[in-house]
Design a protein around this ligand. Structure first.
Ligand code: KIV
Length: 282
């Protein structure tokens, strides 16, 4: 995919990208560091999400509850070093926006100063005051509804949400209030496809689905799932496009075999001193 002059992806350019108006679906992929962001950008993706899933995909935790704003700042800054063509969205980690609106705005600003161009946070109506305060500080906010991984303990596991009419209605209501509060888009995760479709239909900003069916205005996928780099068995909604983990393991095993067998480094892979130096040292 080319790196040629591509218009920058901005919040205003994304806000109206609804498929029902004929818009091309939005593509969002996570990245947590400079090489990852470079790959995602060169692939022509619209949004690079520096997800709090860095906690499980990179730092080895079971869930996203083990990282704070400083960790996210570190990874947003690394992604920004790639100067991606995509919009950089920084995820607000658990407890960075739960205590007070002032603290939430300050933490959102830290992600912006690290290089994010928008922030994402999880939750429905309970988060409206925080979302409004962040937007008042001129920071664009992406919402996140449905299976919200930061609620894993409250949900009793990573379970598909909004399976009954009451829960689906509550999700629809939350989506409308997030739109009214000014979110420019939101992620819908882990809901039945009919719920993803109903929410997408009901609102005027784009929905970006992950395990939310085919009707969303865009799709997001985790870098490590997409490339086969993770250790977990991927959930049903993952389509794995490569087996980079296996390729990398084979490459490193080949290096180890070459070192142990004495074929690495070769003469061509070594620096050579003058004959005089060789003689003096022998
Ligand atoms: O952190 C993350 O990777 C996410 C995506 C699953 C949307 O929030």
């Amino acid at each position: 995919m080319s790196e040629t002059a591509k218009a920058a992806v901005t919040v205003p350019s994304l806000r109206s990208r609804k498929r029902r108006t004929g818009a091309v679906p939005i593509v969002m992929v996570t990245a947590y560091d400079e090489p990852g962001a470079r790959i995602v950008s060169n692939a022509g993706v619209d949004i690079v999400l520096v997800g709090d899933s860095v906690s499980n995909n990179v730092l080895g935790h079971q869930d996203a509850l083990h990282i704070d704003t400083d960790v996210m700042v570190h990874h947003v800054a690394a992604v920004a070093q790639a100067h991606p063509h995509c919009l950089i969205v920084g995820d607000m980690p658990w407890m960075s926006y739960h205590l007070s609106t002032d603290e939430a705005v300050r933490n959102a600003a830290k992600l912006i100063r690290a290089g994010a161009q928008a922030v994402k946070l999880e939750g429905g109506r309970a988060r409206l005051p925080v979302i409004e305060a962040i937007i008042r500080a001129e920071i664009p906010v992406m919402g996140h509804l449905g299976l919200t991984p930061q609620s894993v303990l409250a949900m009793g596991g990573f379970k598909v949400q909004a399976r009954n009419i009451a829960a689906a209605d509550a999700l629809l209501d939350a989506a409308k209030s997030l739109e009214a509060a000014g979110c420019f888009a939101f992620v819908i995760e882990g809901v039945p496809d009919v719920v993803g479709a109903a929410v997408t239909d009901a609102i005027g900003v784009p929905t970006i689905g992950i395990g939310a069916g085919r009707s969303c205005d865009g799709q997001v996928m985790v870098f490590h799932d997409l490339l086969g780099l993770g250790s977990r068995t991927p959930p049903k909604f993952v389509r794995q496009y490569a087996e980079i983990g296996r390729i990398a393991t084979d490459a490193i095993a080949a290096f180890a075999a070459d070192v142990r067998g004495g074929s690495f480094p070769s003469d061509a892979e070594s620096y050579h001193g003058s004959a005089e130096l060789g003689e003096a040292l022998s």
